[in-house]
Design a protein around this ligand. Structure first.
Ligand code: SF4
Ligand code: SF4
Length: 563
């Protein structure tokens, strides 16, 4: 099975296609090289991942080598405890859990409001419909007057083009303000993900956000990073209900908010297969260490985690043209390229994806993921989403999915593939899982966009698009979310299209309910009307028939109007 086929190197597997892990252990006698070259510290052990030519060099067969090599995902050779640990972080972290958090599932199907991505007049603008759905779904009741309202969005990677357009976010900010709330737009830092990721450091992430138009000038409210300069400002949340995780960490500016409106760009994802509002909570609201624990898809002894980088014997070492980029990809100097392969220092590794993703983005298969990792990560991020929800009283969080630019990959990719289907529309609900299910069903029912990866794979309307494109069905996540009380998979879709009336046309204009632009211009023209000042124009001879007959010659259709 191939995963992540929405990548540039389509068909390149995230896992599964690579050869089994080939590991040798050998001590390193001293620091080699300088700069970014890592060397083991006291008590650390390097593990080598030589390339395909090692069996010949080492003079042993592949089978013998496999027998001797330990599983690289085990840390059983650690000589000393890892720095930090529960003893310190549990003392220092406040637990913001609210006593009146969920479960969020009521009996029966949950209502989800939907407006299609089409418009033929003022009232049907997608921005106007965003505002309408805010009120139709009673999102205005998620907060009281003077409360601090976090507007959670994804700021998008530098050079990313398929992002949620800033107008949608500004529209919600305007209505939160109009209802007496104090909005601020917020996102957390990410892990390093790959060599050129910009979202791991708040300053870099904000530079990208500003370039996307996500700034205070556009939104007319503060635009924050929730977990501090490099992701160290967070709170711990206990998750005894979690299916995999038993705790997580939420960015402080989110945990401290009174309520939250979550705006999701519905599109694919290479790890969780799909990303909408649940992913905004399960990864987007997690601080750096919340993301580490969620990506590891494990809680407990990290030796047993499934998410460690999987080194294969496909790395050719220094003859790989990306080897310098690869060496620079680790923020902890936990791996280095050798002449014929790689060495890894598991004591330093904190599972950030940077080495795997750099290798995969480069079209190589030297580092990848365990095949069964993905469903674990999908379920873990549902657990982590519960962690974010537990920071709010029940009923204080609302969700909107924008199925627009439904591309195969996440907004944290520094590019965007072609949309899998035409734009679908906007979904709004106070039930997280119902909102996601309605969005997924509508995306699956939509036609296939020509030229997209869905088209290349021969998909038909009705196929589970994200399963076929990315590897597993996102319904796994939704079932996990429903099981831990995040919402219901049953939904009742309420289609909403505004009626064209003079009142509705005037409702969401730049001066809502005020004087129309044309009436205001009457006043302006009274003082200074340039058009009348240049009149009367000099009259010249003008043959209308000649113009029509002459210019018809240049029309490929010779002036015929479409049938
Ligand atoms: S070795 Fe570990 S810490 Fe370093 S880039 Fe790879 S996953 Fe991240
Ligand atoms: S990018 Fe992949 S193949 Fe190239 S040196 Fe790094 S691990 Fe090896």
């Amino acid at each position: 099975m191939a995963y992540g086929t929405g990548l540039a190197q389509r068909g390149r597997p995230w896992s599964g296609g690579a050869a089994p892990c080939q590991v040798a252990t050998r001590p390193i006698s001293g620091r080699k090289g300088g700069g970014f070259q890592p060397a083991p510290g006291p008590g650390e052990t390097a593990r080598s991942f030589p390339g395909r030519d090692l069996p010949k060099q080492a003079g042993i067969t592949l089978r013998e080598r496999k027998k001797r090599m330990p599983d690289p995902t085990k840390w059983h050779e650690l000589k000393k405890p890892i720095d930090g640990g529960r003893a310190t972080y549990q003392k220092k972290s406040w637990n913001p859990m609210k006593h009146t958090w969920g479960p969020y599932t009521k009996k029966g199907p949950a209502p989800v409001w939907f407006s299609e991505a089409n418009a033929t007049n003022w009232t049907e603008s997608m921005i106007c419909k965003t505002k309408d759905l805010f009120y139709e779904s009673k999102m205005n009741e998620c907060f009281d007057k003077n409360e601090e309202v976090a507007i959670k969005i994804h700021y998008g990677e530098y050079n990313r083009t398929a992002i949620l357009r800033p107008e949608f976010i500004a529209a919600i900010v305007e209505e939160v303000k109009a209802c007496g709330g104090h909005p601020y737009v917020v996102n957390d830092t990410t892990l390093s993900y790959h060599t050129f990721n910009n979202m791991a450091i708040s300053q870099y992430q904000m530079e990208g956000a500003i370039r996307h138009g996500y700034n205070a000038a556009t939104f007319k409210c503060p635009v924050l990073i929730a977990d501090g300069y490099s992701g160290e400002d967070d709170y711990r949340v206990e998750l005894p209900e979690g299916l995999i995780l038993k705790e997580t960490y939420i960015g402080r500016a989110i945990a401290e908010a009174d309520s939250m409106i979550v705006l999701g760009h519905a599109r694919g994802h290479s790890i969780t297969m799909y990303g909408g509002v649940l992913k905004q909570l399960g990864i987007g609201c997690q601080s750096k260490r919340g993301k580490y624990i969620t990506h590891m898809a494990h809680w407990g002894d990290p030796h047993d985690a499934i998410g460690w980088p999987k080194f294969t014997d496909n790395c050719p070492g220094k003859s790989c043209k990306f080897h310098e980029m690869c060496d620079n990809s680790c923020p902890r100097n936990a791996h280095k390229v050798t002449a014929n392969g790689k060495e890894w220092y598991p004591e330093r590794c904190r599972l950030c994806y940077s080495c795997q993703v750099t290798c995969i983005f480069s079209g190589m298969t030297g580092i990848t993921f365990e095949e069964n990792y993905f469903p674990n990560a999908m379920i873990a991020h549902a657990d982590a989403a519960l962690g974010a929800m537990k920071c709010f009283e029940k009923g204080k969080v609302g969700f909107m999915n924008f199925a627009i630019d439904v591309v195969p990959e996440c907004d944290c990719f520094p590019w965007a593939g072609m949309s899998l289907c035409p734009d679908v529309g906007i979904f709004a609900s106070k039930d997280l899982i119902a909102c996601e299910m309605a969005t997924l069903d509508a995306i699956d029912a939509a036609p296939i966009s020509p030229g997209s990866v869905a088209d290349e794979k021969g998909l038909k309307p009705g196929d589970d698009k994200f399963r076929e494109v990315n590897g597993f069905s996102p319904r796994i996540t939704m079932a996990a979310g429903a099981k831990i009380g995040l919402g219901t998979q049953e939904y009742k879709q309420i289609n909403y299209e505004p009626v064209l009336t003079p009142e509705n046309a005037a409702k969401w204009q730049v001066r809502p309910g005020g004087v129309p632009t044309t009436v205001r211009l009457r006043e302006v023209f009274k003082h200074h009307d340039l058009a009348t000042e240049v009149m009367p124009f000099q009259r010249t001879e003008y043959d209308k028939d000649w113009v029509w007959n002459e210019w018809k010659k240049y029309d490929p259709f010779k002036g015929e109007t479409p049938g």
